[in-house]
Design a protein around this ligand. Structure first.
Ligand code: PEP
Ligand code: MG
Length: 755
C-alpha cells in the first residue's frame, strides 16, 4: 500500500501554525510529532536531539511509550538512530529489527513496528538530532516521503537553533548545538582576545522557512538563478574578478555549479515540499555539506567551499542582500571569523573593535597575518570548520600564544583565561621594564632590534617597545587601505609623520611591494598563473615608473634635511637596483633644480628575498648602502613552497642547515664588504629563530612590535660567541647535525635562555 503523504506542503503549513502557537517547547514538539505521524500515515513519529555529551535523547514521540521520553538515550553510532546521526544520511528499512545496528530499548515498546525511516536533523551540515517514523507493516518508504521528512526536519532544526529546547533539557545536560568547543589551530599572531563572533561573510538569517505559494517561490528561484548566472558570466568575461580578490578558477567552479541541473532540481524539489526558495537552497546546501564534511579528500572539501559560497550568493540574491556586505554594526569586542581574507579586508575593520581573528586557512607569513600582527590582533589560523560551527554572536576566546580557540567557553575556561591575561600583563610589565636596558648580548655584543611597521598605529610602539628604529616600513599598506591611489602629498604626509615619530632613530622605507597576494582593490592586474613570482614589487615599479617616481619624490620631500633610507623589494639582479637608483638620482636632480631641500643623508638598499642574489653577493654588496633579508619570500622561493599555502608552507623547516647556511653566507658577505645587513622577515620575531640568526652572524633584526620584548629577553641571556662557535660546527657541510632546531633548543635549555 502506498502511504498517502497528504502533501508535505499541507504538513508544513500546519507546522507553521504550531510554531506560532504560544505554548511551551515540549507541547510544541509533541504537537509536531503528532502532526507528522498523521500526515505520513505512520504509527510512530519520534524526535531525538543530540546532547553536548554525544548522546541522542528521545525528546518527543507519538506512538512509542511516552514514559521513554527524556529517558531513552543512544550514543552517536549506536542503534539505527545513532547510525543516522553519525552518517548524516537517511535510513529507510522495511524490517528495522533485521538491521545489524538495531538496538532494542524495552522502555519504548517498539518491537511491534517493523518499517523504519529516519532522517538527520541538520543545520549547516551539522547533525542536531534525528527524526524517525515507523510502521507496523513491512514497507519501504517512497523517495518523496524521505524528501518530505527531511524538509520537516529542517523546521525542527530551526527550533533547536532558536534555543527553544534548552528549556526542556534535563538538569545537567545541554544541547549539542550550544556545546562549548575547543579547537586547535596554528598560532599566527600572539595575544589573547575575549569577545564575540563576527562572521566575515555573514550567513543570511532566513526568517521565512515555509512558503505560502509554491509556484511563486519557483519563479523567484528561477529569476535569482538567472541573475546569479549572469553576474558570474559577466565577471568572468570582464576580468572583474581580480577586483574582488577572486580567482578565475574559483569563479569557473561557481559557474559550473550554477549551471548544474542536479543542484537546481534538488532545490526545486524542496520548494515543492513547501519551503521558500531561500530555505530550499539552504536545505540542499546543508544536506550536501553533511555529506562532504565526511570526505577526507582535500579536493572535494575545496569544492565544498565553492558550493557554500555559491549557495550563499544565491540566498543573498533571493533576499536582496549584497555579496560580502556587512549589514550589522561591529560589536565592541569582535572576533572576526573567516575562511581566509586578504590583508586589505582586515584593514577595513575598525581596529578598536577587533579583539581577535580566527581563520580556517592562512599561514604564518601570509600578508593578512603580517597585518594582524602589525595591528596586534591575536590570531589563530588553520582552524578546521570554524566558519560552520561558529554562529554570529557566540562567545569566543582566541589564544594566539598557543594557537587555540574556545567557542562558547564554559565559565571555568573564562576564569582561567582571565588569569592568563593577568599573567601576560605582568610579563608585558617585565618587557616594559627591560625597555630601556641596552640590547646587548650576555657577552657584550650589541644587537639592533627594530620594528616592522606600515601604518600610523604602529608608531607608538617605537617608544613602547623601546625599538631602535624601523627596519622595514611596508609602504603598500597605505595603498591597501585607500580606495584609490594615494596622492603624492598623502604619501609624503605619512612618511613625514613616521620620520617625526622616529625622532633621530633610523627608518627604512620600502618602495611599494604590491602584486602577488597584495592586490589593490582599485588597480587592475591581469590574472597570473603564479602571482608571487609574477609582476610584483620592483618589477611592477620599474615597468610603471610613474608610480615609483611619485613615491620616491614623496620620500625625498619627507626626508628633506634628514636621514633617509629607501630599499627596493624583490630585486633579482643588479640591473634592477641600478634602474631604481637612477630614478632616485633623477628625482634628486629635479628637486635640486627647483630649489627644494633634499635629504642630508640618503642610503639606498635592496631586499634580499630572491635566491638569485645569493650568487651575486659580492657584486650587490659592492653597490648598495645596506641589505635587508626578506626571509619570508626568500624561504618560499628557496624551498619552492608557497608561503600562503598551508599544505606546503610548513613542510620545510627554516631552521634547516641548508637555509641557515645561505643566511650565514649573506651575513658574512655583508661583514666582508662592511655593509650593514638586517633581517626583517618573520624569522627575526621568534626567540628561537632569532637565536639561530644570531648564531649565523646577524646583528640587526627587524620584527613586529610584540616580538621585541621576548627577543630582547632572549638576547640578554645569550652568549653570542659561544653560540656562534657551536653553530659553526653544527652547520659544517657533511659533518654537522641535520636537526639544527633540536640543537638550538638544547643550547637554550643548557644556558637558561628563554625561547
Ligand atoms: C619578507 O619577504 O620577508 C618581507 C619582510 O617582506 P613581505 O613579508 O612584506 O613580503
Ligand atoms: Mg617579501
Amino acid at each position: 500500500m502506498r502511504s498517502s503523504l497528504a502533501g508535505p506542503r499541507v504538513l508544513l503549513r500546519r507546522l507553521r501554525e504550531v510554531m506560532a502557537e504560544p505554548i511551551d517547547a515540549q507541547e510544541r514538539l509533541d504537537n509536531i510529532v503528532r502532526l507528522i505521524a498523521a500526515n505520513v500515515v505512520a504509527e510512530v513519529c519520534s524526535v531525538y536531539i543530540l546532547r553536548a555529551d554525544g548522546v541522542l535523547e528521545l525528546f518527543a514521540t507519538e506512538g512509542l511509550n511516552k514514559r521513554a521520553v527524556h529517558q531513552t538515550a543512544l550514543k552517536v553510532g549506536e542503534g539505527l538512530v545513532g547510525l543516522i546521526a553519525s552518517n548524516a544520511r537517511p535510513l529507510n528499512l522495511p524490517n528495522a529489527q533485521a538491521h545489524p545496528s538495531f538496538a532494542y530499548r524495552p522502555e519504548t515498546e517498539e518491537e511491534q513496528y517493523h518499517s523504519f525511516l529516519g532522517v538527520p536533523i541538520l543545520r549547516a551540515g551539522r547533525t542536531l538530532g534525528v527524526l524517525v517514523v515507523q510502521n507496523k507493516e513491512h514497507r519501504t518508504y517512497f523517495e518523496d516521503e524521505v524528501e518530505a521528512l527531511q524538509t520537516t526536519a529542517m523546521v525542527i532544526a530551526e527550533m533547536v537553533a532558536a534555543g527553544e529546547l534548552e528549556a526542556i533539557t534535563q538538569q545537567g545536560t545541554t544541547i549539542d548545538l550550544t556545546r562549548p568547543m575547543h579547537l586547535t589551530g596554528v598560532s599566527l599572531a600572539d595575544g589573547i582576545g575575549l569577545g564575540h563572533v563576527v562572521l566575515h561573510e555573514p550567513r543570511v538569517e532566513i526568517t521565512k522557512l515555509i512558503a505560502e505559494d509554491g509556484e511563486a517561490e519557483k519563479v523567484r528561484l528561477g529569476d535569482a538563478v538567472q541573475r546569479l548566472r549572469q553576474s558570474l558570466d559577466r565577471m568572468l568575461a570582464s576580468g572583474e574578478f581580480s577586483q574582488h580578490g577572486e580567482h578565475r578558477e574559483v569563479l569557473e567552479a561557481y559557474r559550473m555549479f550554477a549551471y548544474d541541473r542536479g543542484w537546481i532540481r534538488k532545490i526545486e524539489e524542496a520548494i515543492r515540499n513547501g519551503l521558500t526558495a531561500e530555505a530550499a537552497v539552504e536545505k540542499v546546501q546543508s544536506d550536501t555539506r553533511a555529506q562532504m564534511l565526511r570526505q577526507t579528500d582535500p579536493y572535494l572539501r575545496e569544492r565544498l567551499h565553492d558550493l557554500d559560497d555559491l549557495a550563499h550568493r544565491l540566498i543573498r540574491e533571493l533576499m536582496g542582500r549584497e555579496h560580502g556586505a556587512q549589514d550589522s554594526e561591529l560589536p565592541k569586542d569582535a572576533i572576526i571569523v573567516a575562511r581566509n581574507m586578504g590583508a586589505a579586508e582586515l584593514l577595513d575593520y575598525d581596529r578598536d573593535h577587533v579583539r581577535g581573528l580566527v581563520l580556517e586557512e592562512s599561514g604564518a607569513t601570509s600578508h593578512v597575518t603580517i597585518v594582524a600582527r602589525a595591528l596586534g590582533i591575536p590570531t589563530v589560523g588553520q582552524v578546521e570548520d570554524i566558519v560552520s560551527v561558529a554562529e554570529a554572536g557566540d562567545a569566543m576566546i582566541v589564544d594566539g600564544e598557543i594557537g587555540q580557540v574556545f567557542l562558547r567557553p564554559a565559565a571555568d575556561v573564562e576564569q582561567a583565561f582571565a588569569e592568563k591575561v593577568r599573567f601576560r600583563a605582568k610579563r608585558q610589565e617585565k618587557y616594559r621594564e627591560q625597555r630601556d636596558v641596552a640590547s646587548v648580548s650576555k657577552d657584550g655584543v650589541p644587537v639592533t632590534l627594530q620594528l616592522n611597521a606600515g601604518l600610523l598605529v604602529d608608531l607608538p610602539s617605537l617608544e613602547d617597545a623601546g625599538a631602535d628604529g624601523i627596519g622595514l616600513f611596508r609602504t603598500e599598506l597605505q595603498f591597501m587601505v585607500a580606495s584609490s591611489i594615494p596622492r603624492m602629498q598623502q604619501q609624503q604626509m605619512l612618511y613625514s609623520k613616521v620620520l617625526d615619530a622616529a625622532k633621530d632613530k633610523p627608518v627604512t622605507f620600502r618602495s611599494l611591494d604590491i602584486g602577488g597576494d597584495k592586490m589593490l582593490p582599485y588597480l587592475r592586474f591581469a590574472q597570473e598563473e603564479n602571482p608571487a613570482m609574477g609582476w610584483r614589487a620592483i618589477r611592477f615599479g620599474l615597468d610603471r615608473p610613474g608610480m615609483l617616481r611619485t613615491q620616491i619624490r614623496a620620500m625625498l620631500h619627507a626626508g628633506a634635511e634628514r636621514h633617509l633610507r629607501i630599499m627596493f623589494p624583490m630585486v633579482a639582479n643588479l640591473d634592477e637596483f641600478h634602474q631604481a637608483k637612477d630614478y632616485v638620482e633623477r628625482e634628486l636632480k629635479h628637486l635640486r633644480q627647483h630649489g627644494h631641500a633634499v635629504p642630508a643623508d640618503l642610503k639606498l638598499g635592496v631586499m634580499l628575498e630572491v635566491p638569485a642574489l645569493l650568487y651575486q653577493l659580492e657584486e650587490i654588496f659592492a653597490e648598495v648602502d645596506f641589505v635587508s633579508v626578506g626571509s619570508n619570500d626568500l624561504l618560499q622561493f628557496f624551498f619552492a613552497a608557497d608561503r600562503g599555502n598551508n599544505r606546503v608552507a610548513d613542510r620545510f623547516d627554516a631552521l634547516s642547515a641548508g637555509f641557515l647556511r645561505a643566511l650565514r653566507e649573506i651575513a658574512q658577505a655583508g661583514a666582508n664588504a662592511d655593509v650593514p645587513v638586517t633581517l626583517c622577515g618573520e624569522l627575526a620575531g621568534k626567540p628561537l629563530t632569532a637565536l639561530a640568526l644570531l648564531g649565523c652572524g646577524y646583528r640587526r633584526l627587524s620584527m613586529s612590535p610584540s616580538s621585541i620584548g621576548p627577543v630582547k629577553r632572549m638576547l640578554l641571556e645569550t652568549d653570542i660567541s659561544l653560540l656562534q662557535s657551536e653553530m659553526q660546527t653544527v652547520l659544517q657541510a657533511g659533518k654537522g647535525r641535520s636537526d639544527v632546531r633540536a640543537f638550538l633548543q638544547d643550547f637554550a635549555k643548557t644556558h637558561n635562555i628563554p625561547v
